[in-house]
Write a protein that binds this ligand. Structure first.
Ligand SMILES: *[C@@H]1O[C@H](CO)[C@@H](O)[C@H](O)[C@H]1NC(C)=O
Ligand SMILES: *[C@@H]1O[C@H](CO)[C@@H](O)[C@H](O)[C@H]1NC(C)=O
Ligand SMILES: *[C@@H]1O[C@H](CO)[C@@H](O)[C@H](O)[C@H]1NC(C)=O
Length: 592
């Protein structure tokens, strides 16, 4: 959205008049001065609700300062004071019977958005009520398909993602704790976005740099004292590269490359202790700008200094099973720069190339590939993380941070479960179970993940009851309950997904889904303010002001209802969604 400059708006108003005289321009400047108190006309002026004192002791908005009246000009408009609800005084324009207010005022007062746009060679002013987007489902929701509209999500590039862990292959959040932590909801969203992108994006380009099956070996540079051979690996029955190099950071076996556009590196590997590899990236514009991405056998999450970025791939041991690593090199570079608070703008995908790869220490590797994307590998990294990090006794995925939802509600202590996190996890695991052709590790994890839905939020689960009766799955299992709407619907989607993908094994999921849909229809209209929606029911629970959903959350409510309406034809869902869409362009419920 574009911030409006008062002067610009006034100029726009001036321009509406056929002939603009020099004296009028001067006058515009004076109005800005008079209204802005101390601010000079050259500054970007923002409308300000503050009752600032002017040097002469008068209030800016007290009605004393604004000069108006008697400035009739040839075009027939004059300046006039606008008194707004007896609280503010601003400079307006009067033209015949019409009054014009500066948009910068309207923007803040009504929280609307506007910008000047030029197309077809002519300029116009565009006003919009909300900044968010409605996604109309293309067909009936399918739990084997795209999740909501998550193909548009790019979880790992968000600022609140510290990095993608090279040990786990999943994002690490800094949203509520700056040192970084694994946030199950975010990890599931990462998985769901990659699964959805796999279904919607064009086929990736893949370049196999080494698979030990062909003569690619010839390209390796093997320094004195290092060794490289192709062997048959008994564990996989496939040919792999075995390498070793002397203990020195400067040596190692390396590949010289000149690879553009495809920056997702993947490989299978087994390393001995203290081995590592490095990818060298170069700017295509400034050839002396070179970055080294080091992947080292360590528990380090991320570290960076100047052009060197380090990600830990965890402990390495030659007796370990084969591991697969998938890295988006550009994301890794950007996170390394962000780690040092350096800008990344000039280093987009199109401005970089991969110029080298070096392996140090010793070990085996195979299927070394550079691709446009490896969405399914990243999806399975998320699914695998969920299987490995579930609390076996409760079936929950713990959130390891303290969280304050609202004053008046007890803080959530580290270890709490979220119905949204549980539901998203079910959506990931249901898809992994389906896509893997029935790998039961995903199904068992998903079934265990249902347990917190049956346990009261006061007893460590996620189940609350509205007025003691109506069951609700809590995104934040607070005391008293908060009844967050969007997290509840995400939980419903997860339950639905599991019920559809594994119908006989998960009747419990279907049952929980049906029960939740009944609750949703009972409580849905409590969130409707007649001009928007509330995020939760804290106003009812705590006797305080409602927590109005900002437009992107409101749009999420709408998108969720539209999606649910494809699997449940109750007219309440569509009628409510339609009305809520109207609120996004300023419509309101009728009044008496
Ligand atoms: C999606 O996954 C399939 C394997 O199920 C793969 O063949 C295809 O290339 C992938 N497409 C994209 C865009 O990731
Ligand atoms: C691995 O590196 C650590 C730290 O540099 C060192 O203390 C250790 O001796 C190394 N281990 C081996 C087996 O080389
Ligand atoms: C490399 O990929 C091939 C084809 O997918 C697979 O059969 C082989 O097992 C992989 N190598 C390793 C070491 O996992």
């Amino acid at each position: 959205m574009i911030r409006f400059n008062l002067k610009l708006v006034l100029l726009l108003l001036c321009a509406a008049v056929v002939i603009v005289t020099l004296s009028l321009w001067t006058r515009c400047g004076e109005v800005v001065l008079a209204n802005r108190g101390r601010k000079n006309s050259g500054q970007a002026a923002e409308w300000d609700t503050g009752n600032k004192k002017l040097p002469n002791g008068q209030d800016t908005y007290g009605g004393e300062v604004v000069e108006h009246g008697g400035n009739s000009d040839l075009q027939g408009y004059e300046e006039i004071e606008c008194n707004i609800n007896g609280e503010h005084s601003i400079g307006c324009r009067k033209e015949g019977g019409e009054i014009y207010l500066p948009f910068s005022f309207l923007q803040k007062y009504f929280e609307v958005y506007g910008k000047l746009a030029t197309y077809d060679g002519y300029e116009r002013f565009e006003w919009s009520h909300s900044y968010s987007k409605v996604y109309y489902p293309k067909g009936k929701y399918d739990p084997r398909g795209v999740f909501m509209y998550f193909e548009n999500y790019n979880v790992e590039v968000r600022d609140r993602v510290k990095c993608v862990s090279a040990t786990e292959g999943v994002p690490v959040s800094t949203q509520w704790e700056s040192q970084g932590y694994y946030y199950p909801t975010q990890i599931a969203q990462f998985g769901l976005s990659h699964y959805s992108k796999n279904l919607t994006e064009p086929e990736p380009r893949r370049t196999v740099l080494e698979d030990a099956e062909s003569d690619l070996l010839a390209h390796w540079v093997v320094p004195n004292g290092a060794a490289l051979s192709r062997i048959l690996d008994p564990r996989t029955g496939s040919h792999v590269v075995q390498f070793s190099s002397p203990d020195s950071v400067t040596s190692g076996i390396s590949l010289k490359l000149d690879h553009v556009l495809d920056f997702v590196l993947s490989l299978n590997f087994v390393f001995t202790i203290n081995s590592s590899f490095t990818v060298v990236l170069q700017s295509r514009e400034k050839r002396d700008q070179i970055f080294h991405l080091h992947y080292i056998c360590s528990d380090l999450l991320i570290s960076a200094q100047d052009q060197y970025v380090y990600h830990g791939i965890g402990h390495c041991e030659h007796t370990q099973p084969w591991r697969r690593l998938t890295r988006d090199l550009v994301v890794d570079l950007h996170k390394g720069l962000a780690y040092q608070n350096k800008p990344k703008r000039k280093l987009s995908r199109s401005k970089l190339k991969v110029v080298g790869l070096t392996f140090r220490g010793s070990g085996q590797l195979d299927n070394l590939t550079l691709s446009t994307s490896e969405h399914l590998s990243q999806f399975y990294d998320a699914a695998q993380w969920l299987v490995l990090h579930q609390d076996a006794s409760t079936g929950g995925w713990p959130n390891p941070v303290r969280r304050r939802v609202a004053p008046g509600m007890a803080d959530l202590e580290p270890g709490w479960y979220s119905a949204m996190g549980q539901g998203h996890a079910l959506s990931v695991l249901a898809r992994a179970y389906h896509h893997s052709g029935g790998d039961t590790s995903y199904l068992h994890s998903a079934l265990a993940g249902l347990r917190p839905f049956e346990v009261a939020s006061s007893a460590g689960g996620v189940l609350a009851r509205f007025l003691g009766h109506i069951p609700w799955y809590e995104e934040y299992p607070t005391q008293p309950a908060s009844f967050v709407l969007n997290g509840f619907i995400y939980a419903l989607l997860g339950l639905y997904d599991l019920g559809v993908v594994a119908p006989s094994a998960s009747q419990q999921a279907t049952q929980l889904f049906r029960q939740g849909m009944v609750s949703l229809k009972q409580l849905l209209l409590l969130y409707d303010t007649g001009s928007g929606t509330t995020y939760d029911l804290r106003h009812f629970m705590l006797g305080i002001a409602p927590n109005l959903a900002r437009w992107d959350y409101h749009a999420t409510h709408v998108n969720q209802l539209l999606l649910l309406a494809t699997i449940d034809h109750d007219p309440l869902l569509t009628a409510t969604a339609e009305r809520w869409i109207g609120y996004m362009s300023g419509k309101k419920a009728p009044h008496n």
